[in-house]
Design a protein around this ligand. Sequence first.
Ligand code: AMP
Length: 218
Amino acid sequence: MYIVFLGAPGAGKGTQAVNVAREMDLTAIATGDLFRQAVERGDELGRQVKEYVENGALVPDEITAQVVLERMSSPGCRKGVVFDGFPRNLKQAEVLDTALDKKGKRIDWVVYIKVAEQELIRRLSGRLVCRQCQAPYGGQDGQVGSACPKCGGQLYQRPDDNIETVKSRLEVYFNKTAPLIEYYRRQGKLLEIDGEGSVDEVTQRISRTLRQQAGCGG
Ligand code: AMP
């Protein structure tokens, strides 16, 4: 099974993608996490993507596709994948369709998490993230430098979670990524989920919707 998580930065894709992957025994691939980890390591990939990631611009499609396709072909991904943050534009969506087609597979569902813009800005500008496991926390759940409750890693504020960069990331999302909503809706794959409310509430909405689709033979 292949599931794509679609939604603006701050919609909760990362958290929900991990939950769905665990529940359905799939592997989550989060391109943003892969890029940030490469930047932290300071390797060749990290040097190539650092500026884009820190400025909230999209990493070039060739680099992104290479990273994703390599990861998809690893043994851990055999049962299927939940994509978080990929594809981010039509070109990437086509690359993914072609790659899956070659394996005789396809995207099964696209979970589109909808959250109002004001709420996105509020969430992102107060967010802390674990440097190690990338888990996100609200500003009230910890402080910069404190330990991640999940893995003990250090919490920090992502350099692209400052208000200026948040605004340009939202602009990139509305211009380049949002057209994918129509792309997948036309294919009958889009599942629209209200992303407001607690993490658990949203998880339940997603699980219920995916179960209903499975029940319909989708
Ligand atoms: P995210 O963690 O999904 O918010 O991604 C953080 C940053 O990584 C983005 O602002 C981009 O610079 C880069 N990035 C992540 N996914 C992609 C993608 N599919 N295509 C291009 N750039 C990406």
